[in-house]
Design a protein around this ligand. Structure first.
Ligand code: ATP
Ligand code: ATP
Lengths: 210, 210
């Protein structure tokens, strides 16, 4: 896909570099020359432009792109940039919001996905705080989720079946070893350092010590 | 747990409110009076203080807390606040970083977990961009993940077994309906609006249209 990233704060920079690593064609735009110079070595196509300037975006070929992501925080520039993408008829438009009010406004003007990384990070970390060995967490419902665990050293060499607990909703879904994912791993398998254990369960059960 | 949140930006505010909703005792601190006044109605314990002032934190009882989270962006205040938490012997210290260099610095001075919400959000959204119906995504390895799908209307009434594809690594792990999670759901079950489908698979297979 051809994707324009408008605004290169921390979110925009990570998004642009990850998308390019995944094989997409990325055009990364920012008005700040220093910002663009710093990231230019890591990206194929960058440009210094004001994203509130429709003609500037047109000159850069943004009208031909599949997706536009507006990733500046400043509300006025952000909303004007969204409107420019619509004028350029970019079919898919996503934007970062800096508050719930801003998020609602963006949805109303037709942004298909609104991202609030700080808010989502705060929600996710509130779950992670209760899971000392968890590396990451995905919420599935109000009180149920998936947690990725790095096993503590005392579990090395312990078999997976010793982790099972019939009284608990916690279930081992997968084992990740050497970047390979094993779904419903064999219970006699023993845990190694650098393994990742993927559990699903009610949040309270996920907090149980392994 | 008793948790002190130092710095009430978007991340800190969401973290403090989510932790309190989960039943923890939260003390939310910021130097900016307006910020604290705005959030005070939503939280039990808030305080106006400079987190770089060790005595101020001591007076607030932070030394008795289980966890301290430093969630300001400004590097100097952030690092000084971490050091204060260490002087107050708070056993578990987490902090938000605003760059990889800042993150490395924090790990070196003993912060047990470093959070970079904008960077993590950028990584996650780079995956989500390729998954039009996905609501959220969790990366398990370099090219394998778990995606939460909201089924499009054309799938309402379709049975789950029609989603299976033996040529693909994509597998349906769970169905979420009415806030209840069903692991390995019965394949004859039919999809309803408001269901969530939880798939695991290689990223390329997750992009296949349902
Ligand atoms: N009109 C504009 N045209 C182009 N770039 C812009 C414009 N307005 C702001 N930017 C750029 O957007 C970038 C990100 O904006 P800002 O720093 O406000 O967001 P942020 O919320 O701090 O980002 P993040 O949280 O992702 O780090 C900055 O590099 C800035 O130069
Ligand atoms: N020394 C300090 N003592 C107390 N609070 C502080 C101090 N320094 C900064 N803060 C507070 O930290 C809060 C968040 O800081 P800042 O806005 O720099 O972070 P941010 O990265 O924009 O946050 P977010 O991305 O989570 O919205 C602000 O409300 C600010 O008042």
């Amino acid at each position: 896909m051809q994707i324009a990233v408008l605004g290169l704060g921390r979110f925009g920079i990570q998004l642009a570099t990850s998308l390019e690593e995944e094989g997409h064609e990325v055009l990364a735009i920012d008005a700040n020359e220093t910002v663009v110079q710093n990231i230019a070595p890591r990206l194929t196509k960058t440009a210094i432009a004001d994203i509130t300037d429709e003609q500037a975006l047109r000159d850069l070929g943004v009208a031909n792109m599949d997706v536009g992501v507006v990733s500046t925080a400043v509300i006025e520039a952000n909303v004007l940039a969204v409107m420019n993408l619509q004028l350029l008829e970019v079919p898919t438009i996503y934007a970062k919001a800096q508050s719930s009010r801003h998020a609602t406004m963006l949805s109303r003007i037709g942004v298909q996905r609104v991202i609030e990384p700080e808010k989502e990070g705060g929600l996710r970390f509130a779950h992670l705080i209760r899971l000392p060995h968890a590396k990451d967490y995905l919420s599935l419902s109000r009180d149920y989720g998936i947690a990725i665990y790095e096993p503590p050293p005392r579990l090395y060499g312990v078999s997976l079946e010793q982790l099972d607990d019939d009284g608990s909703t916690r279930r081992l879904l997968m084992l990740v070893r050497d970047n390979e994912v094993h779904v419903n791993p064999v219970r006699s398998e023993t845990i190694k350092a650098a393994d990742l254990l993927i559990f699903a369960g009610e949040d309270d059960d996920l907090t149980e010590t392994l």
